[in-house]
Design a protein around this ligand. Sequence first.
Ligand SMILES: NC(=O)c1ccc[n+]([C@@H]2O[C@H](COP(=O)([O-])OP(=O)(O)OC[C@H]3O[C@@H](n4cnc5c(N)ncnc54)[C@H](O)[C@@H]3O)[C@@H](O)[C@H]2O)c1
Length: 419
Amino acid sequence: MTIDLVVMGLGHVGLPLARAAVSAGLTTAGYDVSGAVVSGLAEGRSHVGGVLDAEVAAMLDAGFRATADPAVLDGAQTVVICVPTGLTPQGLPDLSAVEDAARVVAARLRPGTLVVLESTSYPGTTEDVVRPLLERGSGLRAGEDFHLAYSPQRIDPGNPVWDVHNTPKIVSGCTALCAKYAVAFYGRFVDRLVLARGTREAEMAKLLENTYRYVNIALVDEVALFCHRTGIDVWDVLHCAATKPFGFAPFVPGPGVGGHCIPVDPRYLAARAESQGFPFRILAAADEVLTRMPRHVVERTLSLLREARKGPEGARALLLGVTYKADVADVRETPARPVAEGLLAAGVEVTYHDPYAAHFTVGGRPVPRATDLQAALDEADVAVLLQDHACYARETLGNAPCAVFDTRGKGTGARVTHL
Ligand SMILES: NC(=O)c1ccc[n+]([C@@H]2O[C@H](COP(=O)([O-])OP(=O)(O)OC[C@H]3O[C@@H](n4cnc5c(N)ncnc54)[C@H](O)[C@@H]3O)[C@@H](O)[C@H]2O)c1
């Protein structure tokens, strides 16, 4: 039996991709090594913010199935690899999931199959890492017996406007024919495709997009640090600069960067460049500034407590919003963690409020959660707005009975201090 698509890795990228393919009428299955992910999906439960349980149920009704059995790859016309590309404990690219997935595909690869890598990685991954694994494991040749492509995923979690089908998608292949097959595949459910010259260009384009955010966030963070030192209102500076109708893209400062992409992808670029004898200096500078931001937030919070003649030993700090992104349920690499660590190390009692995070741990220990925002503000000595969730109204922050350290420039009022 043939199947149009098998998605490998049913996470934040793979599940929305599978949803888009199913909606377009492609027969689709998903393969994931996590038993919890597979059984949850089989029971109609989504573990990915932005994909509703009802949508998983509709996918199942349309024939989608999730499995941990590689036999699902038999008969697949297209396989898309969407597995994680994190970092090793030493902060270097960890391609082990991509390599594992490629080995599993290789063992069942048939002539004519299109294999696409969507995971973010450094230039050369498709050609130098995935291709040899597929060829060795299958005895087939890319570009001759099967087609191999790279197409980075641009999904923006929580974005109500841009999704898989209307975000332009970069597509590339190891050969012109591979690219042609990839274009034909994505053309079935993506409105606009952009053909890259080759896989390295497509891989580099993805890293450039995320590095652009990384460097520009570091820039506004450093501007914020400078403005604080010199008594300039950085939020007014940003407001003024953002009115320029050309040549300026606004970014906002904050407690640091988080998530699976922005803090991680530039490490892929830096490590690859280092291994090729190219010192990527702007990445090192941005890394230094961004690493400093959570410490800065801790120092400013402790100084507010000192002004209020509290603690730090035994003072109560309430963290507002611990996810890495506003109105998104994802705490991976969140800067809230080093902020909480710094406050706890100073002896402060830390609680958090976040409608999107049922659990938040620091060093493996759970941080107590407050669910009633007003009651939590009443009990706190200082509240630290880390994430600009829509539930944190300007007036709530302005009327809070405690000191408020606002890292997002949102609140106004006598007790509100901005980053
Ligand atoms: N999350 C985003 O917003 C986003 C956006 C663009 C690109 N990306 C990139 O897409 C890739 C996937 O990211 P994600 O956020 O979806 O990760 P995720 O952690 O949400 O999901 C990955 C899934 O892959 C599964 N998995 C791990 N190893 C596997 C293997 N060997 N075989 C099959 N399944 C395996 C995991 O169990 C998990 O369910 C990464 O390279 C990431 O950088 C992510």
